[in-house]
Structures are given as structure tokens and as C-alpha cells.
Design a binder for this molecule. Structure first.
Ligand SMILES: [Zn+2]
Length: 229
């Protein structure tokens, strides 16, 4: 049994307050002994940081699995972050919202459709895109068709919020281990290798949405590369 956090990150850039990933929502997801997900903590976490939902200007979902978009809308499909622009990959719209391929909770799908029909608060992304000063998105498909990572940079420093493109640092040592959720495991593996290479340049840190304690780390280059948190 592994214990994984369901992580979200908050970025402040000039007058923007950007939430990366929108958690599990208020629910539990009990899918038997192999998977038990506990939601409910995001509003508390934001309050602890002194941020009200109405102050969030942008929500970036690395992808649309249920543990990354659960707080976008409440059970009546009303936006939880009323003033936020929502960003995610175009491929995930086709896969999760349009397509029958994977189940998206009804209120989330409905909320996204209504948002798309009214107003301009939805940004679908299919290429590297700047969200705000020092915050860019890079396409990293494989875990899901539209998966993206968020690159946060300031002067010479750089961090990658990996979403689920790397689910656990152990994948550096065990390159054939894939997430149960990978839609295209072969592509996901190639993308992981690309990201691990970026994480060994000496100035780039990374953390995934489910890394132990959400600690940032990097790859130590050399023979038998190692993960250093
Ligand atoms: Zn996840």
C-alpha cells in the first residue's frame, strides 16, 4: 500500500494568483483495496494561505483525471473559482469531455460545457503557451492525450510542475514502471525520459502532483542517475 498526496500548487505572478490542479473535490473515491482517494482538503489549504476562491485568477489543470479537476465546479456545476480562467490541454477536452473514452463526473463535464458555451473563461492549449510572467505550459501527452506541465521560472531558476507525467521519482530507476492511469504508456515513457533529462541540467527542480510530501527534487547526472529531493 502506497500513501500518495493529491497535490495542488499556488503561484503568484504580478497580479495573478494561479492554482495548478484542482484536486479531488469534496468526495471520497473508494475503488477497493488498490485505490482509495480522499478529497476535501483544498479549500482549507487555500484558507491557510489566506487566499479566497474568488481571488484565484487562473486554474491550470495538468489533465482532467478526477483527482486534478474535482474543485472546478460544485455539485450543481457552479464554478468554485468564479473569476478564474481555466486552462488545460485540447486533447483532454476531446478525450474526457467529448469522448466516451473515460468517465468525467457529470457535474464537471456539464460545468465545462457551460463554461465553453458562455463567455471566454476557458483556454484550451495544444502548444507551448505563456499563462503569465514566468509561467508557461508545455505539452507532455501520454498520461492523458492533452497532459501538460507547468514551467515556473524566475531569473536563472526554474521549476517544472509535472502533474502526473512522472507519478513517482522511482520511475527514474524503474523506467518501465508506468502509472495505472497512463492512456498511452509508451508515449508517457518517452515524455518521462525527456523530463528527467530536463531535470538534470543543474538549475531545474521538479515535483509531481503525487510525489512523496510534494517535495521538489532534481536528477543527479552521471552513471546511474539518481533522484535528489
Ligand atoms: Zn493524479
Amino acid at each position: 500500500m502506497a500513501w500518495l498526496p493529491i497535490g495542488c500548487f499556488l503561484i503568484r505572478s504580478q497580479d495573478r494568483i494561479i492554482l495548478v490542479d484542482a484536486g479531488m473535490g469534496p468526495d471520497l473515491d473508494d475503488a477497493g483495496p488498490r485505490r482509495f482517494l480522499i478529497g476535501g482538503q483544498l479549500p482549507l489549504g487555500l484558507r491557510a494561505l489566506g487566499v479566497a476562491p474568488a481571488e484565484i485568477t487562473d486554474v491550470i489543470c495538468t489533465h482532467l483525471h478526477s483527482d486534478h479537476c474535482g474543485w472546478l465546479f460544485d455539485l450543481d456545476a457552479v464554478p468554485v473559482f468564479p473569476h478564474a480562467t481555466i486552462w488545460f490541454g485540447t486533447g483532454d477536452w476531446h478525450h474526457f469531455v467529448d469522448g466516451p473514452s473515460e468517465r468525467l463526473l457529470d457535474h464537471i463535464r456539464h460545468g465545462l460545457r457551460v463554461t465553453a458555451e458562455h463567455g471566454d473563461r476557458l483556454r484550451l492549449v495544444d502548444q507551448d503557451t505563456t499563462v503569465a510572467s514566468g509561467v508557461t505550459l508545455t505539452m507532455t501527452p501520454g498520461h492523458t492525450p492533452g497532459h501538460l506541465c507547468v514551467i515556473v521560472s524566475s531569473a536563472q531558476q526554474r521549476a517544472i510542475l509535472l502533474g502526473d507525467s512522472i507519478v513517482c521519482p522511482v520511475q527514474l530507476d524503474e523506467s518501465t514502471w508506468s502509472s495505472m492511469g497512463d492512456v498511452d504508456p509508451a508515449l508517457a515513457r518517452r515524455i518521462r525520459e525527456r523530463l528527467f533529462r530536463e531535470l538534470e541540467d543543474g538549475r531545474t527542480l521538479g515535483s509531481g502532483a503525487h510525489f512523496p510530501e510534494l517535495q521538489f527534487g532534481r536528477v543527479l547526472a552521471g552513471e546511474g542517475r539518481r533522484w535528489l529531493a
